[in-house]
Design a protein around this ligand. Structure first.
Ligand code: PMP
Length: 394
């Protein structure tokens, strides 16, 4: 006989504490507000406004028609891994073995998740340079670790300050997460920064999680990939994907490259949690790597035009904004307005129906800043700038 319990426990008490205590994403919270407002000009979302190149879409259609609809290897299609290894070598001089050092994942997002889950013991610390992509700290927490934020500042061009990184190291520090070109600041790391980063990681025996998902969207000079530096490979995990460069966000395809022992540990999580990345997307991505250089270059040039427009326009209306070296965001200083980031964005939305994201969504040093994405048509950018200018005049 089942005994009736006196008091039924609340469902919320069943939720794991580390999840219950996780704050909701600052971006999501703000976008719920945007969705509730009609006729908004949004520079909020971090995704290309272009459609995936025609050849990639055509390939997906024919793969469907051929009925290639089953699971692939847990690692991902071998043909894709071979193509990717060649592409990474052509683009960045990286050398990864397609059989043991590359895992195809469900977006860069899953790559980050499995990497952190495979690395961290409870209580391990991870240095996270911020302002940064919203997922890093929550994923560290979900993997049982503790994130340690290390700020970067506009006055320093949002570059990495190694003294501050050193100060944040403890005996529990296991890894450091870097993202370049950076979301949200647009700053990138040059070869000499990478050498310093590698020396720092070697000194403290840290793994570097290098999120280079915006590498193809580099406007100043060429992207230098960390794993291509001598002696870097053994402590570098490259996280990247197809979402940004190839305008393929909805295809959910990314990858993780690193030493084979680490990749096989990450494969274990991936094979139990996911099995394999989407099959149609994997076939289509081969075509993206093989034949879409011109499409990627055209999108990059368009982003560059928009970047030049918005940086000039923002500075002219009084928002101090650095020229981003890559990605498709500007991180503008709003301190002179006397408003905090959240107030600025909420009032701007309410009075001008323009949506941009409060800098605080990207970490504590995002206070006093707002992020605007220029993955939007020039026309939309002009409209948004007009709205912001009117708002500032008031
Ligand atoms: N890293 C960074 C820095 C990002 O901005 C994003 C997406 N906004 C991702 C990873 C995740 O990308 P994906 O869509 O491939 O999961």
């Amino acid at each position: 006989m089942i005994m009736k319990t006196e008091s039924v426990p609340k469902v919320s008490s069943k939720i794991a504490r580390r999840v219950a205590e996780l704050p909701p994403s600052g971006i999501r919270k703000f976008f719920d507000l945007v969705l509730a407002t009609e006729g908004v000009v949004s520079l909020g979302v971090g995704e290309p406004d272009f459609t995936t190149p025609r050849a990639v879409r055509d390939e997906a259609i024919s793969i469907l028609e051929l009925g290639k609809t089953s699971y692939t290897s847990n690692f991902g299609l071998r043909e894709l891994r071979v193509e990717l290894a060649q592409w990474l070598e052509r683009q960045y001089g990286l050398r990864y073995d397609p059989d043991t050092e590359i895992l195809i994942t469900v977006g860069g997002s899953e790559a980050l998740d499995v990497a952190l889950r495979a690395l961290l013991e409870p209580g391990d610390e991870v240095l996270v340079l911020e302002p940064c992509f919203v997922s890093y700290a929550p994923l560290v927490v979900l993997a049982g670790g503790t994130p340690r934020y290390v700020p970067t500042y506009q006055e320093e061009g949002f570059r990495v300050n190694f003294d501050r990184l050193r100060e944040a190291v403890t005996p529990r520090t296991k890894a450091v997460v870097v993202n370049y070109p950076n979301n949200p600041t647009g700053a990138t790391l040059r070869e000499d920064d990478l050498r310093k980063l590698l020396a720092f990681a070697t000194e403290y025996d840290l793994i570097i999680l290098s999120d280079e998902i915006y590498a193809e969207l580099t406007y100043e000079g060429r992207h230098c990939s960390l794993g291509a530096l001598p002696d870097a490979k053994e402590r570098t995990l490259l996280v990247s994907g197809f979402s940004k460069a190839f305008a393929m966000t909805g295809w959910w395809l990314g990858y993780l490259c690193g030493p084979s022992e680490m990749i096989s540990a990450m494969l274990k999580i991936h094979q139990y949690a996911i099995m394999c990345a989407p099959t149609i997307s994997q076939y289509a991505a081969i075509v993206a790597l093989r034949g879409c250089e011109a499409d990627v270059a055209a999108m990059r040039e368009e982003y560059r035009r928009r970047r030049d427009f918005i940086v000039k326009a923002f500075n002219e209306i009084g928002l101090r904004t650095l020229l981003p070296e890559g990605a498709f965001y500007v991180f503008a200083n709003i301190r002179d307005t006397g408003l905090n980031s959240e107030e600025f964005c909420t009032q701007l939305l309410q009075s001008q129906k323009v949506a941009i994201v409060p800098g605080t969504a990207f970490g504590p040093s995002g206070e006093g800043f707002v992020r605007a994405s220029y993955a939007a048509s020039l026309e939309r950018l002009e409209k948004a700038v007009e709205g912001i200018a009117r708002f500032l005049k008031k």
